[in-house]
Design a protein around this ligand. Structure first.
Ligand code: PHE
Length: 330
């Protein structure tokens, strides 16, 4: 008897306790078997025998009940502990987003020029022929219009092919001195490894009194800017043509991948073309009614910069929203 009570007291799960109950009080339990012996006991001893068995039965029952209460509590505590949620704990399995490399690059350029006191102008994406072409010295049927594969709307408005129309809008609403940048989206019918139909540019325009702004100013600002973005690279100005600037230049930097030795990215030339610029053409000033002024302008492609800064090979991958690529810019 004592042995069973000990077993019950040290049972460490409700399952073990239940099997102890079956072994003692169950249909074939030892006490049940003892009770079945009652019929063979002489009448005189029956009462004492039954009394003894009933006492044992109640001792075991009480022990089972006490132990059960303890074990149920222990098991409940364990379960609660296992299911506990710490709502204050930081869940670092949550993935958080990153700034897209194009936006990040755009922000860097904007901040750089804002620090030089350039104002930020926005303009508009749907433009008209006057602001996108005509006022920029690109009259109708001018062959240079072919340089830009334009998306036209039915009502003869168009999606701006460059940020240069913001120059016109700013000069029409403001007087000199002007010192502005225009970051934004532009559109051209073009799609291959180096072209997407939508891309980003930042335009800059500086205008002041006649003879105040020279090519030397432009050259200095661009050299400083490109060294800020790319470190110790060489900068070269190549004579070029844009209808809205005269003289015009395209600006190259020594290839950031091969340091000018020649590689696949720079088509073995050692140079990478980075932006277009020039002294604002007199005809542009005429179109907005400015007289006796001088100015420079440049336009830079943001994707180009982002690809060089982040070593991205295919321009199109910037617009595919592939999280494996974007996740690398956290
Ligand atoms: N608008 C030109 C382009 O999109 C770039 C440019 C801007 C060139 C300003 C000169 C001056 O290619």
């Amino acid at each position: 008897m004592k042995e069973w009570l000990n077993k019950i007291e040290s049972a460490d799960s409700t399952e073990i306790l239940e099997s102890l109950r079956v072994e003692t009080l169950g249909k074939k339990g030892i006490l049940t078997l003892e009770f079945s012996k009652l019929k063979d006991i002489p009448n005189t001893e029956k009462k004492a025998f039954a009394q003894n068995l009933n006492e044992q039965k109640s001792l075991i029952n009480t022990a089972l009940e006490i132990r059960k209460e303890v074990l149920v509590q222990i098991e409940l505590d364990k379960e609660l502990e296992a299911e506990k949620i710490d709502v204050t704990k930081f869940n670092n399995s949550l993935s958080c987003g990153a700034v897209h490399p194009v936006i990040d690059t755009m922000d860097r350029v904007i901040t750089y020029f804002q620090n030089l006191n350039f104002a930020v102008e926005e303009g508009q994406l749907v433009e008209d022929d006057f602001h996108n072409f005509e006022a920029l010295n690109l009259p109708k049927h001018h062959p240079a219009r072919d340089m830009q594969d334009t998306f036209y709307n039915k009502d003869y408005t168009l999606l701006r092919t460059h940020t240069s129309p913001v120059q016109i809008r700013t000069m029409l609403k403001q007087s000199i001195p002007i010192r502005m940048i225009a970051p934004g989206t532009v559109f051209r019918k073009d799609f291959d490894i180096t072209h997407t139909p939508m891309f980003h540019q930042i335009e800059a325009l500086v205008v002041d009194k006649a003879d105040k702004i020279s090519f030397a100013n432009l050259k200095h600002v661009l050299e400083e800017f490109l060294h800020h973005m790319f470190g110790d690279v060489e900068v070269r100005f190549r004579p070029s043509f844009f209808p809205f600037t005269e003289p015009s230049a395209e600006v190259d930097i020594s290839c950031v991948f091969c340091e000018g030795k020649g590689c696949r990215v720079c088509s073995q030339t050692g140079w990478i073309e980075i932006l277009g610029c020039g002294i604002v053409d007199e005809n542009v000033f005429k179109a907005v009614g400015y007289e006796n002024v001088s100015g420079y302008a440049f336009g830079v492609g943001i994707e180009r910069l982002a690809m060089l800064i982040h070593n991205i090979g295919d321009l199109r991958s910037l617009f595919e929203s592939d999280l494996r690529l974007l996740g690398q810019f956290k």
